[in-house]
Write a protein that binds this ligand. Structure first.
Ligand SMILES: *Cc1c(COP(=O)(O)O)cnc(C)c1O
Length: 259
């Protein structure tokens, strides 16, 4: 039941555009199937989980094709790549998520296109984001606290190397976000750690994140988002209660090396 041309393709697509459209459609279908199967296995309705497609390193033309294929949420992790792409795609009905480590000198640019930032991990960043929203007069920014589960040990805590606040710092950050003008506390985010006691065990890591999320919700009931799971571990994340999975490679293919 394909239309001619399918949505997202220009009126007179080149063979290359048609081929890429087919690849993305196949990648999306495979990921949709994995999400549906994981939801069923966990006894969760499919609509509890939102697919956020991580388009980092891929061109705006791919974002446009994905939007035509029904994708509603895209994520980027580097402002210098994301900002021009978001401008090229501003006519599309997309929600933009920023998921990378964010330096305060990039805040102003990110606030130009991001609907949500998943990687809030320090008070200084909360202050910068809040001040930026007030200065630009934009709509409130949805914020998730990124939790560093690689540093989740009792003594001698160390950074897991993938960004985020240590679990002990989460309550204070949540309170600060809730109080900050222009910001909205939406929930928590994590990446399965490469180090520490959860290394190699994403399910245990995501269970820990779920615990942290429920503690945050006790104080801040509207903070219902749990952003967890990528191409390699989305099933474990959905089993542990993730509401948002962030998937790049499994939809778009292996990323070209960073320039
Ligand atoms: C790149 C990235 C993803 C997606 O990773 P894949 O393995 O390509 O699915 C998810 N979350 C964050 C924070 C990322 O940087």
């Amino acid at each position: 039941m394909t239309e001619n041309p399918p949505p997202g393709l220009p009126a007179d697509p080149t063979p290359g555009q048609r081929a890429r459209h087919g690849e993305l459609a196949a990648g999306l279908a495979a990921v949709e199937q994995r999400i549906a199967t994981a939801c069923a296995a966990a006894g969760r309705p499919r609509d509890e989980v939102t697919l956020v497609v991580v388009t980092k390193t891929y061109p705006a033309s791919d974002v446009r094709l994905l939007s035509g294929l029904g994708v509603t949420d895209v994520a980027e992790n580097r402002d210098q790549d994301a900002a021009p792409k978001a401008v090229e795609c501003r006519d599309l009905p997309l929600s933009w998520h920023f998921v990378g480590q964010l330096q305060t000198n990039k805040v102003r640019s990110v606030l130009g296109y991001a609907d949500r930032v998943h990687s809030v991990d320090r008070l200084r960043l909360v202050e910068a984001l809040s001040a930026g929203v007030l200065k630009t007069g934009r709509a409130a920014l949805g914020c998730l606290i990124q939790v560093d589960l690689g540093g989740d040990s009792d003594a001698g805590e160390f950074a897991g190397g993938r960004g985020g606040a240590l679990p002990g710092a989460v309550p204070e950050l949540a309170d600060a976000l809730e109080a900050a003008p222009g910001l909205r506390l939406d929930g928590v985010m994590a990446v399965a750690p490469l180090l520490g006691r959860f290394a190699g065990n994403p399910r245990a890591a995501f269970d820990r994140l779920a615990e942290i999320a429920s503690r945050v919700r006790e104080a801040h009931p509207a903070a219902t988002m749990v952003s967890a799971g990528m191409s390699g571990d989305l099933e474990q994340a959905i089993a542990a209660g993730a509401t948002h999975v962030r998937v790049g490679t499994a939809v778009l293919g292996a990323r070209p090396p960073l320039g």
